[in-house]
Design a protein around this ligand. Sequence first.
Ligand code: 4NP
Length: 150
Amino acid sequence: MTKILMVCLGNICRSPLAEGILRSKLSNNFIVDSAGTGGWHAGELPDRRSIEIANKNGLDITNQRARKFTKNDFTDFDIIYAMDSSNLKDILQLAPDENAKSKVHLILNELYPNENKDVPDPYYGQNDGFEKVYNMLDKACSNIAKKIMI
Ligand code: 4NP
């Protein structure tokens, strides 16, 4: 069973969407979860705007609750996707060894290989930020699903 973890800063905007979208594209043979490098929102539902854009696209993400990324996640997951380069740096700082580091990737490199693009943080922006984030994550997750379902 392949286990995939989506990670952003707060685990309320981007990574809950990435989790919901990727799960919807995979069979039950995969486990998909998400976490935040920061713990301020631990225990909370996803941001209302993420719930809304997910709903608009036929996904219910209200079963999710935010949690903080921990060192144990390197053991519990096979692939760890960071939403942006700051998340990537924070995750890598906790990695105990090279094997752990090799599990961590920027999610948009699945869409734009080697370009190291960030999924922009929509938290403080306008509502259309969430739609843009949804669309880029949907495309990246389609590529991930194609790659790992082989
Ligand atoms: P996320 O967005 O990392 O996509 O969940 C954020 C949510 C909350 C905060 C920052 C980013 N915050 O600073 O509280």
